[in-house]
Design a protein. Structure first.
Length: 455
């Protein structure tokens, strides 16, 4: 894969000797091509400082473009967008979570086959400066390139109706963070490599108050839904690793159709929050899982690479390490793909310039610069080998090629709530013990129905 080699369909180059960049001496076409453009760019979890650096480089060759980069919270992105679009003042570029393309889809513009790109080059001479203006047509990523250059999850997520609706700056998937100090104190000499070894280690680390029986130190943060980030992904992973269907290719939830197998998987997960089980190590009383891990109260934390900066900054009081996600069948590994794509709004008046900037940030050497600055996993196959040599990235990169997204409906918020409610209800005692099996089946059916209603 070679970046930065443009197939120029046409090019017009003009060299002017001037005191600076301006309109004097330009053709009408060149004046139009260098008309000032202001792009509004809304992002959420992307690294703003690293983006600004690459945008500055891009603008150096395109001084007629300005970019107003704004970072919003995830929970305010959609409401702010609806409000802005109603007043015709929405952004040109917006970052969208891969699970939410169905929510935003009707408001987005598909990627065109190419964009017009005008480069302004200014060089000093003895007479002043030479300003060269080059206009060219730059092809953008096509479906064939998505297949060959990006990991499979990207191709599966960003394409709708044969058209591309966004590209990612980076990728994310799940790995296991662990507190090495707690493992040492519990007499666990080596980190676990399997789910079975993990269960054993978690039991050794967990401590209880002798009087109240409450957990004072957790072996792991598993079993609940509301206080664990990614509890929906964790449940999906356990179903997939067990070879039991969670959702069909069309998105339909089918985990309620697996009978006893589904119940066993649900028990495995929720037993970590069930006081009657020997793996009991977590509860809703423990607060947020990440915060508990940062405070040195949890042995194993299942998280994403985006947690790394926070953990590095706040977990200085203990020795944290990383492991690839445990697999039930190493020959058929499973992981989840969770990331944000850069898309263009259909209402944007500057779609050409917006897609040009996205292409530069996501599909050129600028993307390698961004990844190196942020320490985030790549979505491009070309950088995988390099990232495997980096200790903090290797546990994520090891399983990046098989990462997949389980949700492509219209309301991911409602879908995740359905999974969290499922986990909460599963931990409750059956009202009638003699009808416990049917009661549990009803819980699975309700959750599946709620998810399917969002498709």
């Amino acid at each position: 894969m070679k970046f930065g080699n443009f197939f120029i369909l046409f090019a017009v180059v003009t060299v002017l000797t001037t005191a600076g960049f301006g309109c004097k001496g330009l053709s009408q076409e060149q004046v139009q091509a260098t008309t000032p453009v202001a792009l509004e760019y809304w992002t959420v979890f992307d690294d703003v400082d690293a983006l600004q650096k690459e945008i500055a480089v891009y603008r150096a060759a395109r001084p007629y473009i300005t970019v107003n980069l704004r970072q919003l919270r995830a929970d305010e992105l959609y409401p702010r967008l609806i409000e802005a679009l109603a007043e015709d003042r929405g952004p040109d570029i917006i970052s969208i979570q891969n699970r939410r393309l169905g929510e935003f889809g009707s408001k987005l513009a598909p990627m065109p086959a190419s964009v017009n790109d005008t480069i302004v080059t200014v060089t000093k001479t003895t007479l002043g400066t030479n300003t060269a203006i080059t206009t060219q047509v730059q092809p953008l990523v096509n479906l064939s390139q998505l297949d060959s250059e990006y990991i499979k999850a990207v191709r599966d997520d960003v394409v709708r109706g044969g058209q591309i609706f966004g590209l990612p700056l980076s990728m994310d998937m799940m790995a296991v963070f662990y507190n090495k100090d707690l493992l040492d104190k519990a007499g666990v000499p080596e980190p676990p490599k399997t789910w079975e070894e993990f269960q054993t280690a978690a039991k050794k680390i967990t401590k209880y108050d002798k009087k109240t029986g409450k957990i004072t130190q957790s072996g792991t943060a598993l079993g609940t839904g509301n206080n664990i980030a990614g509890s929906d992904d964790l449940l999906y992973l356990l179903f997939r690793q067990s070879g039991v269907g969670f959702v069909e290719k069309n998105g339909q939830a089918v985990f309620n159709l697996s009978g006893q197998s589904a119940g066993q998987i649900m028990d495995f997960y929720t037993d970590f929050a069930n006081p009657a089980r020997d793996t009991y190590s977590w509860s809703t009383d423990q607060g947020d899982a990440l915060e508990a891990f940062l405070n040195g109260k949890v042995g194993f934390f299942f998280g994403y690479s985006y947690h790394l900066p926070t953990i590095k900054a706040r977990a200085s009081q203990f020795d944290y390490r990383l492991l690839p996600l445990f697999q039930l069948n190493p020959d058929a590994p499973v992981n989840v793909a969770s990331y944000w794509m850069q898309s263009v709004l259909a209402k944007s008046k500057h779609q050409n310039e917006a897609w040009g900037l996205i292409n530069y940030l996501t599909h050129s050497k600028a993307n390698k610069n961004y990844l190196d600055q942020t320490g985030r996993p790549t979505a491009l196959r070309a950088y995988i080998v390099d990232q495997k040599s980096k200790p903090d990235l290797a546990p994520f990169i090891d399983q990046i090629l098989i990462a997949e997204n389980w949700y492509r409906g219209r309301d991911y918020t409602a879908a995740t709530k359905a999974v969290r409610d499922l986990l909460t209800e599963w931990l409750l005692p059956a009202p009638d013990p003699e009808k416990a099996d049917q009661w549990r089946q009803d819980i699975l059916n309700r959750a599946a129905t709620k998810i399917n209603q969002t498709l």
